[in-house]
Design a protein around this ligand. Structure first.
Ligand SMILES: [Zn+2]
Ligand SMILES: [Zn+2]
Length: 339
């Protein structure tokens, strides 16, 4: 079947401009690319981050980097992808393949990377054009709505847990029980970690408990509570981009522990030098994960080890959903149906 010439898409008109749903031309896939008929796409805090940036590499811009769809057409010379193959689009759209980072399995740090919903048109549309190099194959067994959040929230949460270097029996505090946090709880439990979930919302802490958290800690004074109840934690991962949450996480650490920052923000944060030095702490950032991490995330979801808590909406509702996300009113992950 011939793809249509136009599709509905969630478009950021210009830097800091409004997000609207409008008709957009369906591009032809070029060399190395596929046209993907989108089934569903999750909404991520990074969509808000992108929509608030002062400058954009591409405008107007179709948002979305958490998409599941099927190959509808291939560009010239592209092989190995049967029509109808189910695929996932992540934030990592393409990389140079040749730099120090690409050659060592750390493509996510490639300086020449292109990103869906940032420097390339994204997945919040009926159709998307995608370089095939970073597409992930997705099982027919996973419903599109359940699979979509794995592409960013799942991958990022899994990568951050791996960066902690923890093993079974150790303790972790996870700050922010949104799309990433509720998946991180499940990955951490699967690793045999003791999990304390931290959030400002009692409802989100309830979701964390349902996902297997051992303790639910209100965000105010979480550092002191973690010290008092658990003697501190071996690692903390902060999924929110709040400097206050980073401070609380830092205060909740044991000696020689690791703090991992995940949430994106343009703000600064401060940490105590004496504690960092005398307690031998590690502070690091974590961005996405390896290709192997991504495949592992999908495998664990297929096996039922992790379940995404999603609410599915129509594509047309996306601008309103992004506003709800800004206000912290979404539980789990909001996914929109692109079909
Ligand atoms: Zn994301
Ligand atoms: Zn590279």
């Amino acid at each position: 079947m011939m793809p249509p010439i136009a599709t509905q898409a969630v478009v950021l008109a210009e830097a800091r401009g409004p997000v609207t749903v409008r008709t957009f031309a369906v591009p032809e896939p070029g060399p190395g690319q596929a046209l993907v008929k989108m089934e569903a796409c999750g909404l991520c805090h990074s969509d808000l981050f992108v929509s608030g940036l002062e400058k954009l590499p591409l405008a107007p811009l179709i948002l979305g980097h958490e998409g599941i769809g099927r190959i509808a057409a291939l560009g010239p010379g592209v092989g190995g992808w049967p029509a109808g193959q189910r695929v996932g689009l992540t934030f990592l759209a393409s990389t140079c393949g040749n730099c120090e980072w690409c050659r060592s399995g750390r493509e996510r740090f490639c300086a020449r990377q292109l990103n869906f919903g940032y420097s390339m048109h994204g997945a919040l549309a009926g159709y998307a054009v995608a370089p095939v190099e970073h597409l992930v194959r997705v099982s027919e067994a996973l419903p599109a709505e359940a699979a979509a959040p794995l592409c960013c929230a799942g991958w990022t949460a899994y990568g951050a847990l791996r960066e902690t270097g923890l093993s079974a029996g150790q303790s972790i505090a996870l700050f922010g029980m949104g799309g990433l946090g509720h998946l991180a709880v499940q990955f951490a439990r699967h690793r045999g970690l003791r999990v304390a979930a931290v959030d400002v919302s009692a409802e989100k802490l309830g979701l964390a408990r349902a996902c297997g958290a051992e303790a639910e800690v209100p965000a105010d004074n979480a550092g002191r509570a973690l010290q008092k109840e658990w003697g501190g934690v071996d690692a903390a991962v902060v999924f929110t981009a709040s400097p206050a949450a980073i401070q609380q996480a830092f205060r909740g650490l044991k000696r020689n522990a690791t703090l991992v920052l995940v949430g994106l923000s343009t703000t600064q944060y401060e940490l105590a030098i004496t504690d960092t030095v005398l307690k031998g702490l590690t502070v690091r950032g974590s961005y996405l994960g390896t290709r192997r991490d991504l495949e592992e995330v999908f495998r664990l979801a297929e096996q039922g080890v992790v379940r995404t808590h999603t609410e599915t909406h129509a594509l047309a509702e996306t601008p309103e959903l992004l506003e709800k996300m800004r206000r912290g009113e979404l539980l789990g992950r909001a996914v929109v149906s692109c079909a």
